[in-house]
Design a protein. Structure first.
Ligand SMILES: NC(=O)c1ccc[n+]([C@@H]2O[C@H](COP(=O)([O-])OP(=O)(O)OC[C@H]3O[C@@H](n4cnc5c(N)ncnc54)[C@H](O)[C@@H]3O)[C@@H](O)[C@H]2O)c1
Ligand SMILES: Nc1ncnc2c1ncn2[C@@H]1O[C@H](COP(=O)(O)O)[C@@H](O)[C@H]1O
Ligand SMILES: O=P(O)(O)OP(=O)(O)O
Length: 300
């Protein structure tokens, strides 16, 4: 990891092929810190809003485009983008989506438009796009693996649509990943929802995202909704899939940072720690720069 980052700094060629998320992640893993004192929520909000604005202005971009799912992360991120005063385009991109998710997303955008003049919206129905892609793909033997692959395909179709509008209108694609998803369990789709231009809330734990949502006054139904990746056409939650809650995962992330091992724990603590480390190591490839085959000078 350290070696990769060092070679990244000394090799400009590599930089161009990493997405921003990978870059941030590459140096952030080593500086993970846990909140020892209460978060100064208003100051954190102002800090992120200023950061977003400064980045967009320096990049000479007009604003941001973001996918709104009806979940807490996209609700908070979009509100922080709206607070910059720059243009914000909210995209609803249902793919066989549960009705309650569609409604929550739509109500959040209405709330944003009510509070901020700089917010526009588009609904892009990706269900027929997804269905025709599935129909065009060859049959497979292992239906279960196909199911997982198609779940991630949904996230990648959304990413393509976000970048369509980013290029069309001069926007940056705002990422919605938080610290536990991005740098802990790697619970996102590589080059799907992980394919973004900047990551405003990726230094915040999920519990901190909730605290920010409360202070921002995000709709109650979103604050109460169980986190879900919404990729399966049913209402399974992230906790159902991972086997541990976000507060549990945050605890395990901290324990790993402190150098603890599974032998330090028993019972549920041990179970959670093992779940966390399993995801963390399986998804490590998402948290480091992509491997480049470096050819010895003598051969070139
Ligand atoms: N909570 C959320 O917001 C959210 C969002 C999207 C997806 N998800 C979840 O995240 C998970 C994503 O699935 P995934 O991680 O299997 O798919 P992924 O596509 O993100 O990553 C798997 C892919 O990475 C590559 N890969 C695997 N091992 C590698 C290695 N060692 N080195 C380099 N590349 C490697 C392969 O191409 C493989 O197909 C799913 O469980 C999905 O439900 C969660
Ligand atoms: N239905 C959706 N419409 C728009 N954007 C979406 C939708 N579902 C997901 N997204 C975006 O992807 C990220 C990650 O989604 P998870 O639901 O957490 O997997 C989400 O924050 C939206 O930006
Ligand atoms: O990324 P979101 O907005 O869908 O949030 P969550 O993952 O909590 O559903």
């Amino acid at each position: 990891m350290t070696k990769n980052v060092a070679s990244l700094e000394s090799n400009f060629r590599l930089i161009s092929i990493f997405n921003l998320k990978t870059l941030i992640l590459g140096h952030k893993v080593s500086r993970f810190r846990q909140n020892e004192h209460p978060m100064q929520t208003e100051k954190v909000i102002d800090y992120i809003v200023d950061w977003l604005k400064e980045y967009a202005v320096n990049a000479k971009m007009k604003g941001f485009v973001i996918g709104i799912s009806g979940g807490i992360d996209s609700a908070v991120t979009s509100t922080l983008c709206a607070k910059t005063g720059l243009e914000l385009l909210c995209l609803e991109m249902p793919i066989h989506q549960a009705e309650n998710q569609v409604t929550r997303a739509s109500r959040h955008i209405e709330w944003l438009q009510h509070n901020f003049k700089n917010v526009k919206r588009h609904a892009v129905n990706l269900t027929p796009v997804f269905d025709s892609l599935v129909a065009a793909l060859p049959p497979v033997e292992n239906e279960e693996e196909r199911f997982m692959s198609l779940a991630n395909t949904r996230a990648r179709l959304r990413m393509s649509s976000l970048y369509y509008f980013a290029a069309l209108d001069g926007y940056l694609v705002a990422g919605t990943g938080n610290k536990v998803e991005d740098f802990g369990v790697g619970f996102y789709t590589k080059y799907g929802d992980g394919g973004v231009d900047l990551s405003p809330i990726a230094d915040l734990l999920k519990t901190q995202v909730y605290e920010i949502a409360r202070v921002l006054g995000i709709n109650d139904d979103i604050q109460k909704a169980a986190p879900t990746d919404g990729l399966w056409g049913d209402d399974r939650t992230d906790e159902d899939q991972i086997g541990a809650s976000y507060p549990e995962l945050e605890w395990a992330m901290k324990m790993q940072e402190e150098g603890k091992t599974a032998d330090d724990f028993t019972g549920r603590d041990k179970e959670v720690f093992l779940i966390y480390t399993k995801f963390n190591s399986a998804n490590r490839h998402k948290m480091i720069p992509i491997p480049v085959c470096e050819i010895p000078h003598s051969l070139l």
